[in-house]
Design a protein around this ligand. Structure first.
Ligand SMILES: O=P(O)(O)OC[C@H]1O[C@H](O)[C@H](O)[C@@H](O)[C@@H]1O
Length: 532
């Protein structure tokens, strides 16, 4: 799949990225626009020929055919026999979407309308707690039932005019305890978010929250809502059907924030802003469906990823939002990308002949600059960086501070590309040192440069722009997955640990650990000896 590209890469191995800018319109040529969003991949070593070979991958993998199959509701999640239709959740004014001949859109729009009614009632007090208007919402969920809304509530803080939102995910009792301590049970709404309504962490925390509420209010279940595909289980938990917002198995957990799983976000920012978020996602869908590949933002973002990770062999990529409210975006993308494309076999079960998706990590800038950027600039491994930056923030009176942020973002990608030569480093320290000491000191100040990065720039982090960004990354994952020939929509790799945890529970509660391996038995013994 990547042989031609690897040969091409070998041929340009010594070429420096900045020399590509000798052709003056490179910045324009090697960037993609969608409305007022710009994806600039000119600071990579991709040239015209390389781009041509990358674009060939899309044809060879029949990405267009598979994209249409996804949007048309075919069961492209082959190992689970399911359609993949999170796009239907934001198909606000689109046409019918058929699954097995049945149009899912009336159901999607009806659920959206019910969510809007409920969110409005919570926000304006028509739905109240037993002690009055809802002041706090606790979303209990994990993975895809947590990371999306948690990331987005933080991202859209300037639009947050509803009750406070708390997100509890971890089975560690510290997580729920901290949230409950901050809330008054009589004015708190608990949302239990779980596609399956079986996830041990979520169900454990939900029971803890119900008991906590039951100590203070007469009818704790009345202050619970549920977001799930399993209505029998939400009923068994005691949550009235009027506060259950269902979805179908064709919405994957990590793709689910556009529907009921987004309820906490909708309560926080209001139905109108939530619709703007959906509209942003839908705009990216339309672009992905209709733009030619070279002008197609998700496709080009995917090809840059494949170039860096599969062709050049860089094992990780850093996501670096110079947008502090996107602090949870790297964690969100870790699930989206790594749970989707961290697979070792192709769709037909054959061992993958190349690397699976990369390790994704990151933190907002400028914080990262004072922490791990050292390694990105001077470490021996190349880490492709993906910067995100807005033209303006929401703090008009502090715009000069925003400009400083932008200057830092642009400086980092420039520094990564240019680096600093030994001669330049010598000049830096020539006044202080001479002779062998000058050489030694200068060496430490050399930056190899030639390190690739991309920048996604947008006017402002509005709900609509956030919707575009999230849908962009979703489609990027799709394209990479199709080219790699894997199923991006299952997650069998999370099962084994869950099974073993279930088997270990009786042992950590005091059972016999002797059947376990020496390390596991030893750790149980140590922890028991220290209060387990
Ligand atoms: O929403 P739930 O059914 O509770 O699932 C929550 C999460 O747990 C699972 O282990 C999966 O790995 C995730 O993809 C999922 O988002």
């Amino acid at each position: 799949m990547f042989d031609d590209l690897k040969r091409h890469a070998a041929g340009i191995a010594d070429r420096r990225i900045e020399t590509l800018f000798d052709s003056s319109d490179r910045a324009e040529d090697f960037s993609v626009r969608l409305g007022d969003m710009l994806f600039d991949y000119s600071k990579t070593n991709i040239d015209e020929a390389g781009r041509g070979l990358l674009l060939d991958l899309l044809d060879r993998a029949e990405v267009a055919v598979k994209r249409d199959a996804m949007f048309n509701g075919q069961a492209i999640n082959e190992t689970e026999g399911r359609a993949v239709l999170h796009t239907a959740l934001r198909n606000l004014d689109g046409g019918p979407v058929l699954v097995d001949g049945h149009d899912v859109m009336p159901g999607v729009l009806e659920t959206l309308a019910r969510m809007e009614d409920f969110a409005s009632a919570v926000r304006d007090g028509r739905f109240a707690g037993q002690g009055g208007k809802i002041t706090d919402v606790i979303n209990i969920g994990i993975g895809g039932s947590d990371l999306g809304p948690a990331m987005a509530v933080k991202a859209l803080a300037p639009y947050h005019d509803g009750p406070r939102c708390h997100f509890v995910s971890n089975v560690d009792p510290a997580d729920i305890a901290d949230a409950l301590r901050a809330c008054d049970p009589a004015t708190t709404l608990v949302i239990v978010a779980s596609k399956t309504f079986t996830t041990i962490e979520t169900m454990t925390n939900a029971r803890t929250a119900k008991a906590w509420m039951g100590e203070s209010v007469a009818d704790p279940a009345a202050q619970f809502a549920a977001l799930s595909t399993a209505k029998d289980k939400t009923a068994a938990f005691g949550i009235d059907a009027s506060r259950v917002f269902g979805f179908e198995d064709w919405v994957g957990g990590r793709y689910s924030m556009w529907g009921p799983i987004g309820l906490s976000l909708m309560i926080a920012i209001g139905p109108e802003a939530f619709r703007a978020f959906l509209r942003g996602g839908q705009a990216m869908d339309r672009h992905f469906q209709h733009a030619g590949w070279a002008e197609n933002m998700p496709a080009m973002l995917a090809l840059v990823g494949l170039w860096h990770n599969q062709v050049l062999g860089h094992a990780t990529r850093a996501v670096l939002p110079y947008d502090n409210r996107l602090a949870r975006l790297p964690a969100y993308l870790q699930q989206l990308e790594m749970e989707s494309n961290g697979k070792g076999v192709s769709m037909d079960g054959a061992d993958l002949a190349f690397d699976s998706g990369p390790v994704v990590w990151g933190e907002p800038g400028t914080n990262g600059q004072h922490a791990f950027f050292q390694l990105i600039h001077q470490g021996t491994r190349v880490i492709p960086c993906e910067f995100l930056v807005a033209a303006r923030g929401h703090e008009d009176e502090l715009h000069h501070q925003h400009q400083l942020l932008v200057a830092n973002c642009l400086a980092q990608s420039e520094a990564l590309m240019r680096g600093r030569t030994l001669d330049e480093a010598r000049d830096k320290v020539a006044e202080k040192f001479d002779g062998a000491e000058l050489e030694r000191q200068a060496k430490h100040r050399v930056f190899p440069g030639n390190r690739p990065s991309t920048t996604l720039a947008y006017p402002q982090l509005t709900p609509e722009v956030l919707g575009q960004i999230i849908a962009l990354y979703e489609h990027r994952v799709f394209v990479e997955g199709v080219v790699l020939g894997i199923n991006s929509y299952d997650q069998w790799g999370v099962e084994l640990g869950k099974e073993l945890a279930t088997a270990l529970q009786p042992i950590v509660e005091g059972g016999d650990a002797s059947g376990k391996d020496g390390s596991t038995a030893g750790l149980v013994g140590f922890l028991r000896g220290n209060g387990l």
